[in-house]
Design a protein around this ligand. Structure first.
Ligand code: SF4
Length: 612
């Protein structure tokens, strides 16, 4: 009997409205774990190269981590994965809440979608009964309304759905669950919208079995008690303020960008920053909220009387930065409204805020004017204008249509030299962390197979947690001594973190765990799945996944090595940094192509025919 994983996946074909189960061997799980590790293998082999991500032949899916659905702390995450319509590369997007565990409860390690419906549909998997149902009465509703409508019809269920932005095929749209958790990056809302798939409804009746329940409970209890006992440091910061603890401090240290990545602290002085601090946001908190199996519960449900919002989720740091600092906007109410609008429409807040920053800079520099924006005065810090233009982006109305697919495409439409104000990588706006502060973020933003992301393996950011000490985060994981300085040790460290991180994500773990305390990873894998994995094996699995993510992007014809990001976001030679990493990865540093020997060593021979 399988432990940890369910042993099968579900294929849904929207064209002929069929379902097909497929059993997977233990070998596949040992090689790819779950989450986007499993996704790389399944999608690489089931989706031919150079398929339009928005066509019916495009395949995407929902992938809970290998440990997801168990009580292991912070293991409840899932990934949406496939080809990104925004960047044309491999795409994945991490999300929390309760939807991922429910996939396992339905008996599957993945739900993969292919084909396309002619009219709006939604999928239900309720107590083993699978159906594709008419969604015409919920098409047009926002994600919160959709979830409420489906719950009133089907009872206690979990829902992942798209809002208006996904329906309108906005390339910066995502997929929403738990009313505000959004797999926002990579543009999968548009993929779902292109397939006319409004929602997936799940209610399972299975349990995820574990190899050693006693060990699992013992390790879980110890970890959770330590988390609960922590009254200071990262745990307390996350528990109290969530990611918004960074709203002030990250800006002070030079991490948070402002004024479309071109500003300084003088542009957004302390009194303005303090108006959008985590403490200010906290005043609106009604109760705590968090993901399945998480003892931290870093989310918050809020009520915002000033904005007539009775119930909404606390905006994350990324949202506060993209709608606050980046736009020189110190109006907290606007940030709440923008966050709520984006969550409902299913719009990625990072890309939405950053695209508005691009538009403001175009306006301020006379590239566009009120004739283009239908009278909206797109000026720095004009909070009313921010909301007006955001609504237009959601509805693809007027100038909002120009902005609805992100800043790169908007710049191509506008022309007149506007591209220098589009701060993005291969079409995706950068996460709200400066590569001038976290130096290794430059190469991660520019060259990761899923570009523009702050959540990919960024050595300098992860090194802000206990991982810098031997055995500090995971037993058996050590960084090379001189990893902070350019050179061999640093490149080796970047490779180790890349391997570790891909496995970490594929296990379904929350990335914030890296900033808390030692996590008995090997013991949890042993207790849940029954495998005696070593840290070296965990890293090797991650490297296999990273090579496959890379190969997917290269197979699409994308010249990764030519990717560039704005000088506003980076100050080191990030290409040189990447070349050092490529050499350690066993990749050609001039092209980013994995060497044949590297692929063979990782049991990835099936890629050879595509790259050579
Ligand atoms: S720390 Fe926050 S985001 Fe991470 S699993 Fe817990 S509640 Fe979810």
């Amino acid at each position: 009997m399988a432990n940890g994983y369910m042993g099968k996946i579900l294929w849904v074909n929207l064209t002929d409205e069929s379902f097909k189960e497929e059993e997977l061997s233990e070998k596949i799980y040992r090689q790819y774990l779950g989450g986007y590790g499993l996704a790389t293998k399944l999608i690489y082999q089931n989706m031919p190269a150079k398929i339009d991500a928005l066509s019916s032949e495009s395949v995407f899916g929902f992938f809970p981590g290998l440990l997801t659905g168990t009580v292991a702390p912070l293991s409840g995450r899932f990934m949406v994965a496939g080809k990104s319509p925004l960047t044309g590369t491999w795409g994945d997007s991490n999300c929390g809440g309760y939807f991922g565990p429910e996939i396992k409860k339905c008996g599957y390690d993945a739900i993969l979608i292919k084909g396309a419906a002619k009219t709006p549909k939604y999928i239900t998997i309720i107590d083993d009964k699978k159906q594709i149902l008419d969604a015409s009465d919920i098409w047009g509703l926002d994600a919160v309304q959709t979830e409420e409508a489906l719950k009133s019809k089907h009872g206690k269920i979990q829902v992942a759905s798209i809002g208006q932005s996904g329906e309108n095929i906005s390339l910066i749209s995502g997929i929403v669950n738990d009313k505000a958790r959004i797999a926002g990056r990579s543009g999968f809302g548009a993929v779902m919208g292109s397939k006319k798939l409004k929602a997936i409804v799940l209610k399972g009746n299975k349990t995820v079995s574990s190899a050693d329940k006693e060990l699992l409970l013992e390790k879980t209890k110890t970890y959770n008690e330590q988390i609960k006992a922590a009254t200071a440091g990262a745990v307390e910061a996350w528990r109290t303020l969530g990611t918004t603890f960074g709203n002030v401090v990250s800006f002070q240290i030079g991490d948070t960008p402002c004024k479309n990545w071109g500003g300084t602290k003088e542009d957004f002085p302390e009194e303005k920053v303090n108006k959008i601090s985590g403490t200010e946001l906290l005043k609106y908190k009604e109760k705590s909220y968090g993901c399945f199996s998480c003892p931290v519960q870093c989310g918050a449900i809020m009520k915002i009387p000033e904005a007539n919002i009775d119930e909404t989720h606390r905006p994350e740091y990324e949202t506060c930065a993209s709608f606050g600092h980046l736009l020189l906007n110190d109006d907290l109410k606007t940030i709440f409204i923008a966050n709520d609008l984006c969550n409902r429409a299913g719009l990625d807040t990072i890309s939405a805020g950053a695209t508005i920053a691009f538009a403001i800079e175009c306006f301020e520099n006379g590239i566009i004017g009120v004739d283009d924006t239908e009278g909206i005065m797109l000026k720095w810090g004009n909070s009313d204008a921010i909301i007006q233009i955001l609504k237009k982006m959601i509805d693809r109305e007027g100038f909002g249509h120009v902005l609805a697919d992100g800043s790169k495409i908007a710049a191509e439409k506008i022309g007149k030299g506007s591209e220098k104000y589009a701060i993005q990588a291969m079409g995706q706006e950068l996460g709200m962390h400066s590569a001038k502060y976290y130096k290794s973020m430059g190469a991660a933003f520019a060259f990761d197979p899923t570009p523009g992301r702050h959540t990919t393996a960024c050595l300098d950011m992860i090194a802000g947690g206990p991982i810098i000490k031997p055995d500090g985060l995971f037993e058996g994981f050590t960084l090379p001594k001189k990893f902070k300085r350019p050179g061999e040790d640093r490149s080796e460290a970047e490779k180790l973190i890349a391997g570790l991180w891909q496995s970490f994500n594929s296990l379904g773990l929350c990335e914030f765990l890296a900033f808390f305390q030692q996590y008995p990873l090997i013991a949890f894998i042993k207790a849940i799945v029954g495998w005696d994995l070593t840290m070296d094996e965990i890293i090797k699995i991650g490297l296999r996944i990273q090579n496959l993510r890379q190969a997917f992007t290269l197979r699409e014809g994308v010249k990764i090595i030519e990717s560039k990001i704005s000088e506003r976001a980076v100050e080191i030679d990030y290409l040189a940094d990447y070349k050092g990493y490529c050499e350690k990865m066993g990749w050609n540093p001039d092209t980013g192509y994995p060497l044949q020997e590297t692929l063979k060593n990782l049991d990835l021979e099936f890629i050879l025919k595509d790259l050579y």
